[in-house]
Design a protein around this ligand. Structure first.
Ligand code: OXD
Ligand code: MN
Length: 654
């Protein structure tokens, strides 16, 4: 329903609607003034009743100036873009087609894990029984009572602002693997990014009307009602002092307050598709994982294999998902770069979908050498945040030095003049491109297949500078689950951490776990049952360095060589290319194709298993899991840890 600017078309009255008085258990804010709100766009009365109730409740709490029900159309995007350009939040990049740049308040640049909570009545639904005195790092629990103080900040938080209602699907609309969400937000930057990252459509209302399906309730506010008490920087309202990101799995609700950026505010991504979805997946018997999905075709045989791979943030999932193979005869196509939802079908085959519709990738380090496909994907219809701008209306970030004129004038993400070679950073290390996945030159033709794609192998990995070989195959599903639980990686700029500390990031899910990690491991283990044919599980490490700190493996597009080995290991009759070691099967020397590499590879160093390193590593991982997961650690994982420790102690090392 189109609406002429400035003329409210409909007014919702709350005064006599009984259902509007519903408040959730933890939300006992008393709203004194229940009035009317103009509807700037959409037909509130025709929304499914359950959606009306949800929206009405939050209108009462947040007190917006107007309601805008999004329909996902291009006209809508144009209208909002125009508004944001006028205001200065978005700036058009004249070098490209329909590309924009936004700069945030420098206080709002990354996911804020310290203020991200899961709220459940029972603490141990969310976090494992950690050892006494040990600060738990696997999940952050907040009692509903404590959540109340944060939720009170929502009272009147949208005063003077428009409340946008965004109906969206995670996954292809109507797929049995997909789920529906509704995000309400007072940020139209969030609306534009959600349109790229999820499937926003009017059809969602029909789907909700036609089924009993529930939806995930996503509530976002920048936390800056008008008149604003806080100085707005870069036309980017935010309220870092009151930041709170709360997840309420029991009622499938996410409440995010105070930040406008990335995973904090695009609630379909980490909050819904990982934290809330992992709790739904456990209930329904499937997996919601921090994994890319890619298809690799051997052009000689025509056979295609799909793999899903989990890496902690900033390990290059996006680069891997769309790599350009350097090995002749292989074709890679991308299904997803960050999140996979996977389910065994009735024949026991695992199928996966990418629940997202766009890429929200880290810019620094991305260039035509490391990821030409990502560079092509974001040439149009994309939003860049916290990158630098060249004077000819292009983008710049660290890693693009060889792709722009070295003398060109640049404006840094902090709005300062910058020249290549200057000290400091032109772009923020967590600056991002947000672009439609469908524009990727190698997007898989089946990326929106409602059944998903059949997954043949699962891969875990991390940034491990020492000790961990390029690739190994685990002995069994159970061993693979243990290896996944032991994933570690260097810290990332995607969250608020700094430095190069190696952090545990079990299953690459540490910041994204929606429930007790011990129960999550139980859930994984429980999937190895008839008729399920569980895929093989591998571990890779692109980041091992030699004594001089030089990478031992070229990485990026050369990773196809490792993927080729993995694919061959998934075929019958590949015993001869694997070599049993205490930690799994390593590639037999020469079984990875190294032909045509620029630099010779030091195979022995790349695959060595220093005994002391592995003794310490196993002891440390075991201690970590004992302390952090405690009595919730599944017996089978304990057995796998013990067995591996024994193999390491007893067996000879190369
Ligand atoms: C991301 C992450 O994908 O932090 O943004 O993992
Ligand atoms: Mn991620």
């Amino acid at each position: 329903m189109e609406q002429k600017k400035g003329k409210p078309q409909e007014e919702i009255s709350f005064l006599d609607r009984e259902e509007d008085n519903i408040f959730y258990e933890v939300h006992t804010i008393h709203v004194q003034k229940i009035g009317t709100v103009p509807v700037a766009k959409g037909d509130f009365g025709r929304l499914p009743l359950k959606a009306q109730k949800f929206i009405a409740k939050w209108i009462q709490v947040c007190n917006p100036r107007a309601l805008y029900i999004c329909d996902g159309s291009q006209d809508e995007a144009n209208e909002v873009i125009h508004k944001l350009e006028e205001r200065g939040t978005l700036h058009r990049l004249k070098k490209y087609e329909n590309n924009f740049i936004a700069r945030t308040d420098p206080a709002d640049v990354a996911r804020v894990e310290s203020k991200t909570w899961i709220c459940t009545d029972d603490k141990y639904d969310t976090v494992p029984h950690v050892a006494q005195g040990v600060p738990g790092i696997l999940g952050k629990w907040c009692s509903p009572k404590d959540a109340k103080q944060y939720l009170e900040n929502y009272t009147g938080c949208m005063a003077g602002r428009t409340m946008y209602v965004i109906p969206f699907s995670m996954g292809p609309i109507g797929s049995p693997l997909s789920k529906i969400g509704i995000e309400i937000t007072d940020s139209n930057y969030v609306l534009l990014c959600m349109r790229i990252m999820t499937r926003v459509s009017h059809d969602i209302w029909n789907l909700l009307n036609a089924s009993n399906e529930d939806f995930v309730r996503c509530v976002h506010s920048m936390g800056v009602p008008r008149p604003s008490q806080r100085k707005t920087i870069n036309h980017w309202p935010c309220n870092p002092e009151k930041l709170f990101i709360g997840h309420f799995p029991s009622r499938k609700e996410i409440c995010s307050f105070g930040s406008g950026y990335g995973g904090n505010s695009l609630l379909g991504k980490k909050c819904f598709a990982l934290r809330i979805a992992s709790t739904i997946a456990k209930e329904e018997g499937w997996l919601a994982e921090h994994m890319l999905i890619m298809g690799i075709t051997n052009e000689k045989t025509g056979k295609e294999v799909f793999v899903a791979a989990a890496f902690p943030s900033a390990c290059g999932k996006t680069n891997m998902a769309m790599l350009t193979p350097t090995l002749p005869g292989y074709k890679v196509r991308c299904v997803g770069d960050d999140i996979a939802w996977m389910r065994f079908d009735e024949t026991g085959q695992l199928y996966g979908i990418n629940p997202e519709a766009g890429f929200f990738g880290v810019c620094p380090g991305t260039n035509h050498k490391t990821n030409p496909n990502a560079m092509e994907t974001c040439l149009k219809n994309s939003i860049f945040t916290n990158v630098a701008e060249t004077q000819d209306g292009g983008v710049f970030w660290e890693g693009l030095e060889d792709e722009v004129d070295p003398n060109i004038g640049i404006t840094s993400w902090l709005n300062q003049p910058f020249r290549i070679g200057n000290p400091g950073k032109a772009a923020h290390p967590n600056s991002r491109f947000c672009c439609p996945a469908g524009q990727c030159p190698i997007i898989h033709p089946r990326w929106e297949d409602k059944k998903g794609v059949p997954i043949s192998a699962l891969i875990f990995g991390g940034r491990r500078p020492t000790g961990v070989p390029l690739v190994f195959e685990t002995f069994s599903w159970e061993h693979g689950v243990m290896v996944g639980a032991c994933v570690k990686s260097e810290a990332t700029a995607a969250a608020e951490f700094t430095g190069k500390k190696i952090m545990h990031d079990p299953m690459a899910m540490r910041p994204f776990m929606g429930y007790n990690f011990g129960k999550y491991l139980d859930h994984w283990l429980s999937l190895n049952k008839a008729p399920n044919k569980v895929p093989k599980i591998f571990h890779v490490n692109w980041f091992r360095v030699d004594e001089d700190g030089e990478f031992l493996w070229p990485g990026f597009c050369e990773n196809i060589r490792v993927l080729e080995w993995i694919i061959r290991r998934c075929e019958e009759g590949s015993d001869d290319i694997g070599l049993k070691s205490p930690i799994g099967y390593l590639p037999r020397k020469g079984s990875i194709n190294l032909e045509g590499l620029d630099k010779p590879v030091k195979w022995d160093e790349l695959f060595s298993l220093p005994k002391h390193y592995w003794e310490d590593d196993m002891a440390e991982s075991k201690r970590f899991l004992q302390l952090q997961v405690g009595e919730d650690l599944p017996e089978k994982v304990k057995q796998e840890l013990d067995a591996q420790e024994k193999r390491i102690n007893e067996e000879l090392f190369a």
